[in-house]
Design a protein around this ligand. Sequence first.
Ligand SMILES: Nc1nc2c(c(=O)[nH]1)N[C@H]1C(S)=C(S)[C@@H](COP(=O)(O)O)O[C@H]1N2
Ligand SMILES: [Mo]
Length: 248
Amino acid sequence: MIGRRRFIAAASSGLLLGGCDRLNNSPGFRSVLRSAEGLNLRAQRLVSARDALAREYSEADMSPFFRSNGTAHPGTPEYARHLAENFANWRLVVDGLVARPLSIPLHVLKSIPHRVQITRHDCVEGWSAIGEWHGLELSRILEAAGLSTRAKYIVFHCADRFGDKPYYESIDLIDAFHPQTIMAWGMNGHLLPVPNGAPLRLRVERQLGYKHAKYVQRIQAVETLAGIHGGKGGYWEDNVDYEWYAGI
Ligand SMILES: Nc1nc2c(c(=O)[nH]1)N[C@H]1C(S)=C(S)[C@@H](COP(=O)(O)O)O[C@H]1N2
Ligand SMILES: [Mo]
């Protein structure tokens, strides 16, 4: 999967960024980068259906240790309170472009029959790990809320700040309704540990690690990402220019 992604990235940058030096100096460089990203998305659509399943592994393939990355503990007084209460009062708010805004108590979400999947997590920083995830399909949550036909993106708001800014992420509806996209509350046969996003995180298996929002408190359906924090759809996209589309 990674091999193909590299190939696509190389193909699109080769096509559009061939004259790198010249482009680096041009005022349109950023917009060229953006069109390269668009091409990456279109190329991915051509070579692989975006609704194809990510590979699922067996228990024997699971990494003995699944590391944490980014925030390992949100560290706010509010989160500390939730942790002390064993997340008994954690809720998942679902709002924005939905017919029925929801505030789902975590214990209700966990009581619904769920999906279990053993998948590989790939972080752009150069590590991968295979873990087992338990969680409810995001599609079922969105169906319960009655997604508006105007909705184009699903935004995930997290309980942590990274540096001085809130962590958030977003995906399109193809990933949102992908059968392996789940709101995970369990990992490797246990409840989700704090370093891995307790009590609720996104697993969006066809995307790189930074898209998998941890500590999720709110899901918002929107028509455009403009106006949400930096407007580029995610913490890393806003602050470090990571691609919004991080398909693998
Ligand atoms: N809320 C939140 N979600 C986050 C991050 C974070 O710092 N805060 N880091 C991201 C990155 S870069 C990766 S690789 C994965 C790491 O997941 P893990 O800690 O379970 O390994 O979470 C992603 N989701
Ligand atoms: Mo990452």
